[in-house]
Design a protein around this ligand. Structure first.
Ligand SMILES: Nc1ncnc2c1ncn2[C@@H]1O[C@H](COP(=O)(O)OP(=O)(O)OP(=O)(O)O)[C@@H](O)[C@H]1O
Ligand SMILES: [Mg+2]
Length: 243
């Protein structure tokens, strides 16, 4: 096995959307078994970057390699799980019916259906129709789809949005557990307090990386007490530097 190949390798990535450059010359790698946080304000390009990783975004320049293959390759379909920011589950099916359907589409074992429902904490809502779930429950149902088939790389777009602190904590424990089993996670968020749970952070702003490093490294380098302050420090530093 080529386990030394990084889970993700991005080189010189540039993306234009609606005639504007929304990702500018991004390069980074994600080692296997790690949790990468993609943090930045609304509109900075998190979803666009994730779309590149799963191979559904037209790129203007650069390369995106996932598990040793070009992003979007057919062979990656079962090896990469993607939870979109806008839930992709069917409103008129129950949680379990949705998982059965997606498991069949993805070729995941049927035993995965109950496993993923339990992992996201929806055990008591298995037979509930998705249209009647709360916002946070809906998000978790959407996340469960990405876990089907136990993919090697999980790309999760704001999976904890709208969840209370206890549920967020539980999901982060799940993410850490998955990485402990060698799975790689790319998780976006605009909540700074989640960022400390990652192995490495990419702080994004307007399609660029302001900083790249472990959470404690970023606070140390900026001489700040927490990541929120580190981010603000970096933004001001960036604004002050010549264009
Ligand atoms: N289909 C599209 N056509 C044109 N521009 C788009 C399209 N989708 C996104 N954009 C623009 O690309 C930029 C990046 O958007 P993106 O959705 O990647 O941001 P984001 O960081 O995920 O934001 P959020 O935190 O709100 O989800 C934004 O300026 C957005 O307006
Ligand atoms: Mg987004």
């Amino acid at each position: 096995m080529m386990s030394s190949v990084p889970a993700v390798s991005v080189q010189g990535l540039r993306v234009e959307r609606g005639g504007r450059t929304v990702l500018r010359d991004l390069s980074f790698e994600v080692p296997r078994g790690s949790v990468l946080g993609l943090i930045g304000p609304s509109g900075c390009g998190k979803t666009t970057l994730m779309r590149c990783l799963v191979g559904v975004q037209i790129v203007k320049a650069g390369t995106v390699t996932v598990l040793g293959e070009p992003a979007g390759s057919k062979g990656l379909r079962r090896r990469v799980g993607y939870a979109t920011q806008t839930p992709a589950v069917y409103a008129d099916l129950s949680v379990r019916e949705n998982m059965r359907y997606f498991a069949a589409v993805l070729g995941a074992p049927r035993t995965d259906v109950d496993r993923v429902i339990d992992e996201v904490g929806l055990g008591h809502h298995r037979d509930q129709v998705v249209a009647t779930l709360s916002g946070g429950q809906l998000n978790r149902a959407n996340l469960a789809v990405a876990l089907l088939g136990d993919p090697e790389l999980l790309v999760l777009d704001e999976p904890t949005v709208g969840l209370d602190p206890v549920l967020r904590e539980e999901l982060w424990e799940l993410f850490r557990e998955l990485s402990g089993r060698g799975r790689t996670l790319v998780v976006s968020s605009h909540v700074m307090d989640e960022a400390v749970r990652t192995d490495r952070l990419l702080l994004m702003r307007e399609g660029e990386f302001l900083a790249d490093g472990a959470p404690d490294e970023l606070t140390r380098l900026t001489g700040t007490a927490d990541l929120e302050a580190a981010f603000l420090h970096l933004i001001h530093e960036h604004a002050g530097s010549p264009a």
